[in-house]
Design a protein around this ligand. Structure first.
Ligand code: KG4
Ligand code: ZN
Length: 364
């Protein structure tokens, strides 16, 4: 490979219910970004069914690749690097995407790079805003809610995580209780526009606590109890959605405030601080606005990816794969997909209450 020329990078994402392929170049240009969501296949089941997701990835990947190459005006032979999400995520989809990427790598004789999905979200801001390390990252998605110090490439220091549910999961479950479609976040946001966020008061777990961790299960239970007491949910949908969104947003903001001080100590600096939000929940306008306001007050810089790059996509996998390649080289073809793959593998050691060990190891 010519090391000086602009690299053309393929990014393949299959860790959940979006089949996504993008072509990105090493000059930070997104040449194509195809995302095929499987919502219609999962909707009738009220949530994501892993087996259905894996089969859908298998059916859709070739089509997604064709579209991504066509849109980018590139042929397969022009691709320099093949990057695919290797975890964390649903194992069926990870196996499908990883096998697809390795096959392409062998056929085309081009390097294969296994990418951590969370690193994809974490580095999107470097693809879009070209910001430098270090930064404080608020990673809020369907499966994860964490605050991390991103110190350098591959150096993540987890400040906090959720003790139970993720923020996106809370949006999704709340939406399901209201009879709204999956994914719930955008639906709650849509209904919130017509509702009064002060109409219901819900608990804010961990609010004002010095411990920067998150917790959402108490909120979920309170929401469910409130719903069970309402006779005409249809009439109250917008008010309930707005109050839920308000409470989640308040919790996120409060935890971010507490993590900011820890981050400043971590990097021994309180100047030129950068706050980055990433993950599907970062698409929420209210949460983005609150974080922006907070950043102005604190005199720190705030970065949020464009809405379409908050939720899962192939461009973030291509970029994170490229950064991995220039720092660590290519991955071996015997890489096994990892349903769990924490960004900071030592985080649980710092806080024994967070040591959640399942059959397959420590939860991410
Ligand atoms: O990052 P992502 O696409 O997938 C995971 O890695 O989990 O995040 C999906 C999550 C879902 O829970 C979805 O409801 C939530 O992001 N989400 C939103 C919005 N758009 C997506 N939550 C709140 N407001 C939104 N506009
Ligand atoms: Zn994601």
């Amino acid at each position: 490979m010519n090391n000086n020329k602009t690299k053309i990078i393929l990014g393949i994402e299959t860790s959940c219910d979006d089949t996504a392929i993008a072509v990105v170049n090493s000059e930070r240009k997104i040449l194509s970004n195809i995302v095929i969501n499987q919502n219609s296949e999962h909707m009738q089941h009220g949530g994501i069914v892993p087996e259905i997701a894996a089969r859908a990835h298998l059916k859709l990947l070739e089509y997604a690749l064709e579209r991504a190459l066509k849109k980018a005006n590139k042929s397969l032979n022009e691709i320099d690097l093949i990057c695919a999400t290797g975890g964390p995520g649903l194992i069926g989809g990870l196996i499908v995407g990883t096998t697809f990427a390795k096959t392409l790598s062998l056929t085309l004789d081009k390097p294969y790079i296994s990418v951590n999905h969370l690193e994809g979200h974490a580095l999107t801001t470097r693809l879009i805003n070209n910001i430098s390390y270090p930064y404080l990252l608020l990673l809020v998605s369907g499966g994860h809610t964490q605050l991390l110090g991103v110190i350098a490439y591959g150096e993540y220091k987890r400040i906090s995580t959720t003790l139970d549910d993720a923020a996106g999961e809370t949006f999704d479950k709340g939406a399901k209780m209201l009879g709204l479609k999956h994914p719930g976040g955008p639906e709650i946001e849509k209904y919130s526009l017509k509702g009064d966020e002060n109409s219901y008061i819900f608990p804010k777990p961990m609010y004002k606590s010095k411990n920067p961790n998150f917790s959402f299960s108490g909120l979920k239970t309170a929401f469910s109890r409130t719903i069970s007491r309402i006779n005409n949910i249809e009439k109250e949908k917008s008010n309930l959605a707005a109050s839920l969104q308000f409470t989640i947003s308040e919790c996120i903001l409060d935890r971010t405030k507490s993590a900011l001080n820890i981050f400043k100590k971590m990097i021994s600096n309180d100047k030129n601080i950068q706050l980055v939000v990433a993950g599907g929940v970062a698409a929420n306008t209210k949460i983005r606005q609150e974080l922006l306001e907070f950043s102005k007050q604190e005199n720190i810089e705030f970065f949020a990816p464009p809405i379409n790059l908050c939720t899962d996509n192939g461009a973030m996998i291509a970029w994170a794969g490229y950064e991995k390649f220039i720092n660590l080289g290519s991955s071996k073809l015997d890489f096994k997909p990892r349903p769990r793959w924490p960004l900071d593998p030592t985080a649980h050691l710092l806080n024994p209450t967070m040591k959640i060990v399942g059959k397959k190891g420590i939860k991410s």
